[in-house]
Write a protein that binds this ligand. Sequence first.
Ligand SMILES: Nc1ncnc2c1ncn2[C@@H]1O[C@H](COP(=O)(O)OP(=O)(O)OP(=O)(O)O)[C@@H](O)[C@H]1O
Length: 302
Amino acid sequence: MGIVVEVKNLHKRYGDRVAVDDVSFAVEAGEIFGVLGPNGAGKTTTVECVSGLRTPDRGQLTVLGLDPRRDRREVRERVGVQLQQHRLPDRQTVAEAMQLYGSFYREPADGRRLLDMLGLAGKHDTQYRQLSGGQQQRLSVALALVGSPTVAVLDELTTGLDPQARRDTWDVIDEVRDSGVTIILVTHFMDEAERLCDRLALIDAGRVVALDTPAGLVASAAAEQRVRFRPSTRLDERLLADLPEVTGVRRHGQQVLVTGTGNLLQAVTSVLAQQHVVAEDLRVEQASLDDAFVTLTRRRRS
Ligand SMILES: Nc1ncnc2c1ncn2[C@@H]1O[C@H](COP(=O)(O)OP(=O)(O)OP(=O)(O)O)[C@@H](O)[C@H]1O
């Protein structure tokens, strides 16, 4: 697969404040590439540089073989951008907005088809202010796609949406990718990143601290597993603590919490079986992308 976006040693400051210190990554054709990180990490600045909306101070940027600084017009034509918290005039109708944005492009997409795909078929004559939050968000995705872009940059796609509207928007993004558009998705929602992204760049304080698939990030953070249970009878906790897989055993009231790595569950349950102890309310908590995020961003701070 070809590389469609390449960012090398990107650096951008606003006055004294370094927004992006040193960011490098490459996005492959047809993938959903996530840019993840805490507030103020430099995500928006990074993708704004990629889209040609901001000029970096240093670094190399190649988008579809073009330089967003030199070939700004061409990059704008081929990269669709959904900006964070972008609002339209209250009284503008959906059809008017689609027509206006479409007029900026040489080869606008079929607006009706886009609105159908985004579940806005019946809303052509509805004013912006009368749309629900989810519909406004989906309209902003439609506007990002109205120029038939090859790459779409979506920033904080589902902020402020209810759970159903978020899931509907995710399904739409899957369809957009299936139609051949490469997507760069800025988010700080782990569930969204895990559900949608093929690969993720985790950015913290203006630097990439990890770049991998969601599962790869979880594994590289080597976050601990946890096994919780209530022993049916007295249990000598030292038997668990002595296992090579176990890094800690704690008691919370009647509950025992065992942390560790490797095949922790099997190691714990076989000791319990030998001791004729039944593990009641047994729960295994696998490391999540949330844990990886915290571990990887904390690692950098310490
Ligand atoms: N126009 C600007 N002028 C001055 N400082 C800015 C400007 N835009 C962003 N910053 C600062 O640059 C840093 C990075 O901001 P940026 O918006 O790129 O981060 P982000 O990761 O997208 O954050 P968030 O998740 O909160 O949107 C922040 O400290 C922010 O306050």
